[in-house]
Design a protein around this ligand. Structure first.
Ligand SMILES: CC(=O)N[C@H]1[C@@H](OP(=O)(O)OP(=O)(O)OC[C@H]2O[C@@H](n3ccc(=O)[nH]c3=O)[C@H](O)[C@@H]2O)O[C@H](CO)[C@@H](O)[C@@H]1O
Ligand SMILES: C=C(OP(=O)(O)O)C(=O)O
Length: 417
């Protein structure tokens, strides 16, 4: 098992480049299953979840080549529409093959996906939407079977805006007969990227980025080359690395608008943030001030940045209130922060964080991807050394994060023990 040994106390300085977005790459790679040709996807991050998606595509009969950050996917000869439980359990985003396989082949059998333990993460909205398009859905022994001779467009209204359900429904709707309308759709930038990818393949979708998405069904989809958008969550994590170490960090390869919720919150906390065309620069200004946060669907403050922002607020002057509204179990990092000397009171969906002068080193565990990233940030600002275990969670979403931070002056060693 690998661990990180982190020596805190160094100010991070310099430029760090964000990779392509994990959460945009995964649905786009799943969407290649809809193509009768070869798709070339650029700026794909080399992450554990992406490798799992590649394994999934190969398992289904696709031919994939992943060189550098470009993945070529040929789904011409995809045959299988049934996926083993072992493979499905490797990540949450494996559920994104449901829509495209059903749309193209009219038949799919998968088990429930795995993924980070941050909440119950049901799939009822995916199933309700697909059933509204005419699919017959059944569940038996943990397996879900969906079938339809021909999906037919209709109006779907989500109870809550779900990113994954919006993506699955878009991918199922592109080859459906007639028009599919998704109301109360999720508005995340990764959904806009998926729309752009599908449209470049020949789909007719408008409205991604708003809460109404309209899809005119087409007969087939072709080949395309597409560049994935930069990862706003990775970029936001690096911004906090600059802020929490009172450093001076420029994050390159970003779409600043996607970072607005983080930029405005960091300014409220007293951090200087300069915004360029495709970069942001973060400078620590001495004292950090408390601020309240409520996670919300985009363009609200992202739940995927909540643990990292909590790390920053543990050392801010005053009391911050953090409310998690998206996932009911996304506070597992709190007990680990406490081991590092943080003063946090937890009640239900709310964490009350009283800032302390400094965190101390400790032996802590990453319970999930962003909790792990947040513990790195806390350790960078802490006194002494921290040993962080379960770092395989972090490798799901960050490509060699220790290498990037060490280039800015951090001291993080990956050890095997
Ligand atoms: C690969 C990927 O893109 N993952 C992101 C995606 O996850 P994911 O797509 O799984 O998250 P959703 O947007 O679906 O979840 C949002 C909320 O909807 C609920 N829900 C969802 C589906 C459903 O059928 N029924 C239901 O009730 C969930 O429990 C949650 O409370 O969006 C989340 C919310 O921004 C992010 O944290 C994840 O990083
Ligand atoms: C929760 C996340 O991812 P996933 O939905 O793939 O578990 C995340 O990226 O923070």
């Amino acid at each position: 098992m690998e661990k990180f040994v982190i020596v805190g106390g160094n100010r991070l300085k310099g430029t760090i480049k964000a990779n392509g977005s994990k959460n945009a790459s995964l649905p786009i790679l799943a969407a290649t299953l809809l193509s009768g040709g070869i798709c070339t996807i650029q700026q794909v991050p080399r992450l554990r979840d992406v490798f799992v998606m590649q394994e999934l595509l190969n398992y289904l009969g696709a031919k994939t080549v992943f060189e550098g950050n470009t993945m070529t996917v040929d789904c011409t000869y995809v045959q299988s529409q049934e996926i083993s439980e072992d493979l499905m359990r490797k990540m949450r985003a494996s559920n994104l093959v449901l829509g495209p396989l059903l749309g193209r082949f009219g038949n799919v059998k998968i088990s429930y996906p795995g993924g980070c333990n941050i909440g119950s993460r049901p799939m009822n909205l995916h199933f309700k939407g697909l059933a509204a398009l005419g699919a017959k859905i059944s569940e038996r022994f943990g397996y879900i079977t969906a079938s339809a001779n021909q999906l037919a467009g209709t109006v779907i209204h989500f109870d809550v805006p779900s990113v994954g359900a919006t993506e699955n429904l878009m991918m199922a709707g592109v080859l459906a007969q007639g028009t599919t309308v998704i109301r109360n759709a999720a508005k995340e930038p990764e959904i806009v990227d998926l729309q752009n990818f599908l449209n470049a393949m020949g789909a007719k979708i408008v409205g991604a980025g708003t809460d109404v998405i309209r899809i005119e069904g087409v007969k087939e989809l072709g080949s395309v080359t597409h560049t994935v958008i930069p990862d706003r969550i990775e970029a936001g994590t690096h911004m906090i690395a600059g802020a929490i170490t009172q450093g001076d960090v420029t994050v390159a390869n970003v779409i600043p608008e996607h970072l607005d919720p983080v930029i405005y919150k960091l300014r409220e906390v007293g951090v200087t943030v300069e915004v360029g065309e495709d970069w942001v620069r973060v400078q620590g200004n001495g004292q950090l001030k408390a601020a309240d946060i409520k996670t919300m669907p985009y363009p609200g403050f992202p739940t995927d940045m909540q643990p990292q922002m909590m790390a920053l607020l543990t050392v801010a002057d005053g009391t911050s209130v953090i409310t998690e509204t998206i996932f009911e179990n996304r506070f597992k990092h709190v007990s680990e922060f406490r081991r590092m000397g943080a003063d946090i009171y937890l009640e239900g969906h709310t964490a009350v964080v009283k800032g302390v002068k400094r965190l101390t080193g400790a032996c802590v565990e990453a319970s999930d991807l962003r909790a792990g990233a947040a513990l790195i940030l806390a350790a960078l600002a802490g006194e002494d050394g921290t040993v962080l275990s379960n770092i395989e969670h972090i490798d799901r979403g960050y490509e060699r994060i220790e290498k990037k931070y060490n280039a800015l002056g951090a001291r993080i060693i990956r050890v095997n023990s």
